[in-house]
Design a protein around this ligand. Sequence first.
Ligand code: ATP
Length: 138
Amino acid sequence: AERTLILVKPDGVARGLAGEILRRVEAKGYSLVAVELRTASAELLGAHYAEHEGKPFYPPLVEFMASGPVLAVVAEGQRVIEGFRALAGTTDPSSAAPGTIRGDLGRDWGLKVQQNLVHGSDSPESAAREIALWFPAL
Ligand code: ATP
């Protein structure tokens, strides 16, 4: 079955929303394959966000992502990549639709980076690359 990498970002962990977010993933019917709480290194985040290097939000993004523990999750199920991105909602939590993780639980906190609670792989290629980075033993 298809797999995706989900991250509950430091804002989600700090606000105590990791359980609520995992609950939504499980309630939609996906299986959890791996779950690990850890503070990511600059090296891991640089590899994870390589496509954004050079963009104005890249430095605050990496700083934010390294600011505290993230919950890294591999979830599995038919079309889980598309399904989790639908659960997450659009990037900007202020305009993300109610019913989504970002729309229900997120808001603008006035920083230079969108603190939008979660990351989800955007394609099978990204999922394979990101799962290998975060869970090399899988
Ligand atoms: P989506 O693909 O749905 O837009 P995403 O999480 O994959 O969501 P990316 O475009 O890959 O978003 O950007 C990675 C992260 O960088 C975002 O989740 C957000 O935290 C931050 N980010 C993206 N665009 C901006 C922006 N214009 N200003 C500030 N932060 C941003």
